[in-house]
Design a protein around this ligand. Structure first.
Ligand code: DGJ
Length: 733
């Protein structure tokens, strides 16, 4: 049983292999959070709650004159509003009578086998072999009859707990939600936490930041309408001394692609509270009597084995429980070449066939026709929204072009940016009311484009129909879904003025409906997400796209940092990574080594490559195929931190049975007469011997992990090394 309920003390305890989580129906029927951490059975931990008379703290009226009971100090699963808890809170609701108040007390619960799901939002799922149990707890405000369902699914083997929230209006008038957070964790005895987040910007996504929590409210958020380049809906709380390999850490990842908020605060009594959910920015959602509002899912994990341990939990979970595409496990991903950095908008069908012919010799499987194939799209001023083939460029027609590529033995992929429209497009001329624009204020342009109002079902239907029409018109194997701006001018002609506070969230719901209508109806197509590089790279998107373009920044040395930061949450198999012409000082082998920390492909004009380079590329493509099972399905280790000064960056993948491993090193700085450096492997079997790079060098797992491998000094600047380690037998003592 992964969830136990002890009636005598009204505790609910979740048990995963290595963790426990406990809550209890406590005093006055408030739901106390008691514990999240290493596994410890299901004994009632409420003895931990120490009650004192706290100065200036409120006491609920029905605590009578018990001055020691204050919600300002009690650990809670979901907070109240205006009941004397002045900390960051789970809910802000304006009731039908205009009052701002929610006093949720335990009402009911149900438990069942299997995973909950949400109606309009993507969630993780349970596979046939997962042992998953779900608990739904209902809280109710006795006055307004507003009910809150707290949904928890416990993935026993995966050490993962997911959580979501529903608000049901069982009262008589419409309420307005101003804030609704999907998770709230109170750490009664935890204030010595560091907060790790993944901030960034265009071209420099998911850099890593770590800072101690203080008594301030710390916020990680996006208010750009998408989860954004600037922040990621993920954070880690860890002990100050936690490292890659040692120490405790908690992860919180939100399955949501719009404005999000994670906030953490050490309260006046040195307890820590963490909340995560939809951002409150311009959020004002009306819920009529009988209606329900659902908040997105948070995926929570805890590890005692440092940041690597935590990343492994997420990597395994994302590779098993987020995306049902056959490209996650069953079908090997193709090596692709993308036309963007090869030709930008300047291509026609002949050029594409030429690129494909050259790429074929490089060992590439798939040609991706990027931006510029549709409408009147010769630059980024026009054409978005007109999803019809531009026959001035694709003279032979799409089907014929795809046929020519297929005849070369290659697959074909195509680019779309469904959510956007150019003013110079037939779509905009026909439907100017379909863009988001505040009445009387011309909309803000970004990359010269406007945003379609994804809250409208007619817009959603148009996109589903027009994109599917193209996908079904030829033998399309792959689609890249791009979005190249943040949202502004939040206004929908679909909603009355007083309900414009719903637009940000309804945009995301509309987007998921369109994605369902395109992606879920094409199970044989490989989808890759993209947002001007790696903006909107979030867990919900990974539920749709098995892979996501990491960044428009294809400089290999920058990519070392991009991959490092991204890997804290996302598995390598989700990271779109290509060899490009950028950084000419870096050898192409090094670029390939870096791109193998990802889906591997090319982003250059293959027709310009000489025979020697083509041969190197072919060799690299073959190597990638050889290493694919280790890279895609193994455990990934960050061996160095590229953000700290050092002379090399290294990482490693180890197959689950530890029989094979690929250890990669990029020498980023070759100092004159520098000291000899060594790289120590991780995750190997200490009792095994490993053959190094198919040579006669055979080393034990212990030697590789504890003594390390020397990094040669007599090598050109920016060289890379790949150590392929193959287990060949047991070490005899
Ligand atoms: C941004 C993407 O990141 C690029 O790869 C490319 O697809 C362009 N958009 C096309 O406009």
């Amino acid at each position: 049983m992964s969830i136990t309920y002890l009636k005598s003390c009204q505790t609910f305890t979740f048990h995963t292999q290595n963790t426990s989580y406990q809550m209890k129906v406590g005093k006055l029927n408030y739901l106390n959070h008691l514990y999240y951490g290493p596994a410890l059975g299901d004994a009632d931990l409420s003895y931990q709650i120490m009650q004192y008379d706290r100065g200036f703290s409120g006491n609920p009226y029905d605590s009578r004159y018990e001055r020691t009971f204050s919600l300002d100090a009690q650990p809670q699963e979901f907070t109240t509003q205006q009941q004397g808890d002045f900390r960051i809170n789970s809910i802000e609701v304006v009731n039908a009578d205009g009052s701002y108040s929610f006093n949720g007390r335990f009402k009911d619960f149900k438990m069942y086998n299997g995973k909950y799901s949400l109606n309009g939002l993507p969630t993780a799922f349970a596979t046939d072999t997962d042992h998953v149990q779900t608990l739904e707890v209902t809280l109710e405000d006795a006055v307004t009859k507003v009910q809150v369902d707290l949904l928890y699914s416990v993935f026993e083997e995966a050490d993962i707990i997911t959580r979501a929230v529903k608000v049901r209006n069982c009262g008589e008038g419409t309420i307005r939600l101003k804030k609704i957070m999907s998770t709230c964790i109170d750490f009664m005895n935890g204030s010595a936490f560091d907060l790790i987040s993944l901030p960034g910007r265009y071209g420099q996504e998911r850099q890593v930041e770590r800072q101690p929590l203080t008594h301030h409210v710390h916020k990680i958020q996006s208010v750009r309408g998408t989860s954004s380049h600037q922040q990621n809906p993920f954070c880690i709380l860890c002990d100050h001394h936690t490292t890659e390999d040692y120490g405790s850490c908690y992860g919180f990842a939100l399955m949501y692609s719009g404005n999000f908020l994670a906030e953490a605060e050490i309260d006046q009594y040195d307890q820590t509270r963490l909340l995560m959910g939809i951002n409150t920015k311009q959020f004002d959602f009306a819920v009529a009597p009988g209606e329900e509002f659902e908040g997105p899912e948070v995926i929570m994990a805890f590890s005692q084995h440092g940041l690597t341990g935590l990343s492994h939990l997420y990597h395994d979970f994302f590779r098993t429980n987020l995306n049902k595409s056959k490209f996650v496990k069953e079908v090997q991903r193709p090596i692709l070449i993308n036309t963007w950095e090869a030709a930008f908008f300047n291509f026609d069908d002949k050029k594409l066939v030429e690129i494909a012919k050259a790429a074929k010799k490089m060992g590439v499987d798939l040609l991706v026709m990027d931006d510029g194939w549709f409408g009147k799209r010769d630059d980024d001023n026009s054409g978005l929204g007109d999803w019809v083939v531009n026959e001035n460029k694709i003279h032979c027609g799409l089907n014929n072009l795809v046929q020519q590529i297929n005849d070369l033995g290659m697959k074909f992929g195509i680019w779309f940016e469904p959510e956007m429209v150019s003013e110079d497009s037939d779509l905009y001329r026909a439907h100017p009311e379909w863009v988001m624009e505040i009445p009387g204020r011309p909309a803000v342009r970004s990359r010269n484009q406007l945003v379609l109002d994804m809250t409208r079902t007619d817009v959603q239907d148009y996109l589903i129909e027009s994109v599917n029409k193209i996908l079904d018109s030829a033998n399309i194997y792959y689609m890249k879904w791009d979005i190249n701006r943040s949202l502004t001018d939040i206004w929908s002609t679909n909603l009355p003025g007083e309900r414009q506070g719903e637009v940000f969230h309804r945009y995301v719901l509309g987007l998921y409906r369109v994605m369902d209508g395109i992606i879920r109806t094409h199970p044989d197509i490989l989808f890759e997400g993209c947002s001007g590089g790696g903006g909107r790279y979030d867990p919900a998107m990974i539920a749709y796209y098995p892979q996501y373009w990491v960044s428009d920044n294809t400089k290999p040395l920058d990519n070392l940092k991009l991959h490092y930061g991204t890997s804290f949450l996302y598995p390598v198999c989700t990271m779109g990574a290509h060899v490009s012409d950028s950084s000419p000082q870096v050898p192409i082998q090094t670029k390939a080594t870096v791109a193998m920390c990802g889906t591997f492909g090319y982003e250059l004009d293959a027709t310009h490559l000489d025979e020697k380079t083509i041969a190197i590329c072919k060799e690299q493509s073959d190597l990638f195929r050889k290493y694919y099972p280790i890279i895609f399905h193994g455990d990934y280790y960050r061996l160095t931190d590229p953000f700290t000064v050092g002379n090399f960056t290294a990482w490693q993948s180890v197959s689950k049975d530890k029989s094979k491993s690929l250890l990669s090193v990029v020498v980023t700085n070759l100092t004159v007469n520098g000291s000899q450096e060594y790289i120590k492997a991780k995750g190997l079997d200490p009792n095994r011997k490993y053959r190094v790079n198919d040579t006669d060098t055979i080393l034990s797992g212990t030697a590789l992990m504890y003594a390390g491998l020397p990094i040669p000094r007599e090598i050109p600047e920016f060289s890379s090394l790949q150590f392929y380690l193959e287990g060949i037998g047991i070490v005899r003592n």
